[in-house]
Design a protein around this ligand. Structure first.
Ligand code: ZN
Length: 457
């Protein structure tokens, strides 16, 4: 038998510090070197092109937007703005119409730049970073990705100007389509059915509605009493075509295309936006069935009536959740009996036997008052929604039976950016950021190039 020999403990090796290469990758250095070398040259080239546009525009005198008369030349003070490779400079002529008190610098309009501000593609890229990351992090990303040093506040400012433009556009579009004479995409090829879903959550809001400003020598007015727990509802609506749902792997479905709308508050507003988006897409004509998936919240069904041809579906998982509540009460949490009982209900509901399920529930004779109340509420819920629980039919028609796509979309639009720890929003700030996220998630980011950034004081 081998005997363990007692010996001195082996000396323990100290831990080795992980080693970095002495130098950054040679290639990375080359890339940076070239970028630093050519940036000034790109700025110069850009300045030359801007000058050429200015030269070309010099010959035209603008008309007064009020009286239509040619405006008179006033002056040409130098301005500058910030772009990706540095600062651009120009002395754009200023024209005036003194009777109408109008003033214009048409060259700046033509270029789409604002004196003193971050403009052009840099502004759009900063807006993009702000749409996906908190402002502090977006500023750091700007440094790493674009080589641009900017404060979180600077990113915030750009996001506000862009976001306001995006919000204005989407609000105007929904107002436009509220008028039946609006022109959307032709509904000639409207799909036979479109799935519509809505989800919502609350956003933590800043308590102050307005920043207090000192007016002259007057002291600032007192702050209003702080309301505890100031929240605002934010809603997301999703549109997709049932035919475009694909099963990527067994049990995992995803959609090829989906279109999102969002708004702060108001149930009517989200439905207005959904309708506008349907019109814009040309997805609704008198024969199109609008399939509405809901979790049973009344406000959804109340608004669903605006669609004449509709199919209302109670989200299957919400239907089961109610069964679980009763099963847990009756059989206890974690009981396999509860499992089996709900499983059977799920199978029956999927087979379209909602009336049988209700009849079976009515035959139960629970022993306690609590159980009786819970059962009554379950029976009530199923009876009220029976018309929205013909799951066999929805499956056969390919409509789907769950609101999973809606819930995940909502999380993507709102939670991923606006519901991080400790975040508090101003009404305008949230609205602008949501508008930017929608453009991004709907694949419409390029539209920003055609929007005028809104100058905010
Ligand atoms: Zn005029």
């Amino acid at each position: 038998m081998a005997q363990r020999r007692l010996s001195q403990p082996e000396p323990v090796e100290p831990p080795l510090r992980p080693r970095l290469a002495d130098q950054p990758s040679r290639f990375v250095l080359l890339e940076r070197e070239v970028e630093l070398e050519y940036r000034p040259q790109m700025l110069e080239a850009l300045q030359r092109k801007v000058n050429a546009v200015a030269e070309e525009a010099r010959a035209t005198t603008p008309e007064c937007p009020c009286c239509g008369q040619p405006m008179s030349y006033h002056d040409a003070r130098p301005v500058s703005w910030l772009a990706h490779w540095g600062r651009l400079r120009l002395s754009p002529p200023r024209y005036r119409c003194s009777p109408c008190k109008q003033e214009r610098r048409p060259l700046l309009d033509l270029l789409g730049v604002e004196p003193g501000r971050i403009c052009g593609s840099l502004a759009r890229l900063l807006g993009l970073l702000a749409a996906v990351a908190p402002y502090e992090l977006a500023a750091r990303l700007a440094q790493l990705l674009l080589g641009v040093t900017i404060s979180a506040m600077g990113v915030w400012r750009v996001a506000q100007r862009l976001g306001q433009a995006a919000a204005n556009y989407s609000e105007a579009l929904s107002e436009y389509h509220a008028d039946s004479r609006s022109e959307g995409t032709s509904a000639q090829q409207a799909p036979p059915a479109v799935v519509l879903g809505v989800d919502g959550c609350t956003l933590g809001m800043q308590v102050r509605a307005h920043r207090r400003r000192r007016a002259g020598t007057e002291p600032l007015p007192a702050l209003p009493v702080v309301e505890q727990g100031h929240f605002r509802e934010v809603k997301t609506g999703v549109l997709l075509l049932p035919g475009e749902r694909v099963e990527t792997s067994p049990g995992r479905r995803s959609v090829v295309r989906r279109f999102l709308v969002t708004c702060l508050g108001d149930a009517d507003e989200i439905f207005r936006r959904l309708y506008a988006q349907l019109r814009e897409l040309g997805w609704v004509d008198p024969r199109t069935v609008v399939v509405i998936v809901g979790d049973g919240a009344e406000w959804i069904w109340n608004r669903a009536t605006m669609f004449v041809h509709r199919c209302e579906i109670l989200d299957f998982w919400h239907a089961l959740e109610h069964a679980w509540t009763f099963a847990h009460l009756r059989y206890g949490e974690d009981s396999s009996q509860a499992d089996r009982w709900v499983h059977q209900i799920a199978e029956d509901l999927r087979a379209g036997k909602v009336q049988d399920v209700i009849a079976a529930l009515k035959r139960l004779r629970p022993k306690t008052e609590e159980l009786r109340a819970s059962l009554q509420s379950l029976i009530g819920y199923y009876s009220e929604n029976a018309g929205r629980m013909r799951y066999d039919e929805y499956l056969r028609l390919g409509y789907g039976i769950g609101s999973g796509a809606v819930e995940s979309a909502h999380k993507q639009v709102v939670h991923a950016r606006l519901r991080q720890a400790g975040m508090r929003w101003s009404e305008a700030g949230a609205r602008r950021l949501l508008a930017l996220r929608l453009l991004l998630l709907n694949g419409d980011w390029a539209l920003l190039d055609r929007m005028r950034m809104v100058s905010l004081a």
